[in-house]
Design a protein around this ligand. Structure first.
Ligand code: AMP
Ligand code: ZN
Length: 141
């Protein structure tokens, strides 16, 4: 279902221009206007869904199933040395467009536009801590 106030729904409908990379019945992929790294592509489900928490297994399955071939095309075109796939959910996590999307980000070198903070904290958690955390999540299914 198209959401009238959603910029990505408008892109799918052709009401806002985009640089299309790939399209089929279920997904649309286009260049992120910010081009954090060259070839930075967004892949989105054609069915509007706000974020990962509102997404059905069926929609997620269709979206993720297309990722390998779109990533492979970007890799073939630009020969990156690495590749990050990012999905931001919620404003705090950096989501600014509330139509589910995956960022496909080819990586070139340390000075390309992308970076993440990844703090190693394993010394703060022993096996019991990990077991307790896993149990808490297990019980939430
Ligand atoms: P996020 O911050 O994870 O929600 O990502 C949203 C992304 O959409 C940003 O990286 C924007 O650069 C990108 N974006 C917003 N508007 C457009 C547009 N009209 N065409 C292409 N990319 C867009
Ligand atoms: Zn939408």
């Amino acid at each position: 279902m198209k959401h009238d106030d959603c910029i990505f729904c408008k892109i799918i409908a052709g009401e806002i221009p985009s640089a299309k990379v790939y399209e089929d019945d279920a997904v649309y992929a286009f260049l992120d206007i910010s081009q954090v790294t060259t070839g930075h592509t967004l892949i989105i489900p054609k069915t509007h869904t706000t974020d990962i928490f509102e997404t059905s297994e069926a929609i997620a399955g269709e979206l993720f199933s297309r990722v390998p071939k779109v990533a492979a095309a970007i890799k073939k075109a630009y020969q990156p040395v690495g590749f990050n796939i990012i999905n931001n959910n919620g404003e705090f996590a950096g989501q600014s467009v509330f139509h589910l999307h995956l960022h496909l980000m080819p990586r070139y070198d340390e000075s390309d536009g992308f970076g993440v903070k990844w703090v190693e904290r394993s010394s703060e958690f022993d096996a019991d801590d990990l077991e307790n955390i896993a149990t808490k999540i297990n019980q939430a299914f």
